[in-house]
Design a protein around this ligand. Structure first.
Ligand SMILES: Cc1ncc(COP(=O)(O)O)c(C=O)c1O
Length: 338
């Protein structure tokens, strides 16, 4: 991904919600990333404590305690934060002014996902104008996120979404510049669209997250091959109640309930015949051809549908080379709701 970004002439700022681990974030920086992206103040705190201090919080921060923590963090880290409303911008301003810091703000533009984001270039210009008089905040750019790429049916469709995302943020940047605002940073995201960064003229930064492990959803979209998937959940066959049914000791509390465009809840590379059709909390219900040899006690690695949700279920990642565990990395930024 660092090579893709370098070829396209854009910065890479990976979203670390996928791994929540300072060790992996450090490797991403060593491989050429400019900084990191997070979704939560608590993720930013954990990463800053580990020395990763160039952070974009791609989320609207609302509420007094989060704002206070954000502004305290801005004293010791290089923080950028997203906003898409007057309420968020004025909250950031009041908290930053009280703490005596300046926050760099990127206005979020809805590039078609239908989640957060300003709905038109005119809305972006209007918010930038209102923000201009506020203390403690400074416009540093804009961001988009085309999560609709996860529902694309082919890589061509993903490429078209990426091109369109680039064109939309470029239009907003042009209108902001015409209104005399400086827009040095134009950030877009997602693994599938970042692969097509070369199609997005004017963008300065991509924020892919899932690419670092990949998962079955990325395979379904053509953004990765199954052999690229680095994250698996190690499970054990705990029951063989019928000749075609295999019960694994992992359910939604390990693999999550997340679906992917492919059927089922995971893929077992060593046994591609196995179909993991249903999960309850602690059980995985799988089917195999009748008489398939998979006795109780067999251990299986499952590639999850969604790497980010799966990692968030565990305290540690076990780093494996072949059959050997060579390291353990803490999922340090998980479980921070207090
Ligand atoms: C705002 C934002 N940026 C970037 C990403 C990274 O996208 P992906 O997980 O497809 O790599 C996400 C993912 O949820 C996101 O919400």
């Amino acid at each position: 991904m660092a090579a893709v970004a370098a070829d396209a002439g854009v910065d890479l700022r990976p979203h670390v919600k996928t791994h929540k681990s300072p060790e992996i974030a450090r490797m991403q920086l060593a491989a050429g990333s400019r900084g990191i992206t997070v979704a939560k103040v608590s993720e930013a705190e954990v990463m800053a404590d580990a020395g990763l201090t160039d952070i974009f919080i791609a989320y609207p921060i609302v509420g007094r305690s989060k704002l206070e923590r954000l502004c305290r963090l801005a004293r010791r880290a290089d923080i950028r934060v997203a906003a898409d409303s007057w309420e968020v911008v004025s909250g950031l301003s009041a908290a930053a002014a009280a703490e005596g810091v300046t926050l760099r703000v990127r206005l979020e533009i809805d590039t078609g996902m239908g989640r957060c984001g300003l709905q038109s270039p005119a809305e972006a210009v209007a918010l930038a104008e209102r923000m201009a008089g506020l203390p403690g905040v400074e416009l540093s750019g804009i961001m988009g996120f085309s999560g609709q790429s996860y529902s694309a049916e082919s890589d061509d469709e993903v490429a078209a979404i990426a091109e369109d995302e680039g064109a939309q943020v470029a239009t907003v940047a042009r209108e902001l510049r015409a209104a005399r605002f400086d827009v040095p940073e134009i950030s877009v995201g997602s693994t599938p669209t970042s692969i097509h960064a070369g199609l997005m003229g004017g963008v300065t930064e991509v924020r892919p997250g899932t690419y670092v492990f990949s998962d079955r959803t990325m395979v379904a979209l053509g953004s990765a091959r199954i052999d690229d998937c680095a994250l698996t959940v190690l499970t054990t066959v705990v029951s063989r109640p019928t000749p075609d049914r295999v019960i694994l000791d992992v359910g939604t509390k390990g693999l999550t309930s997340d679906t992917s465009p492919l059927p089922g809840y995971g893929f077992v590379p060593d046994h591609p015949e196995l179909r993991l059709t249903e999960l309850t909390e602690e059980h995985g219900i799988a089917h195999v051809p009748e008489g398939y040899d998979l006795p109780v006690g067999t251990r299986l690695r499952v590639v999850p549908n969604h790497a980010c949700g799966t990692v968030n279920m565990f305290d540690q990642l076990h780093v494996v080379r072949g059959e050997q565990v060579i390291d353990r990395w803490t999922v340090a930024a998980r479980g921070k709701m207090q």
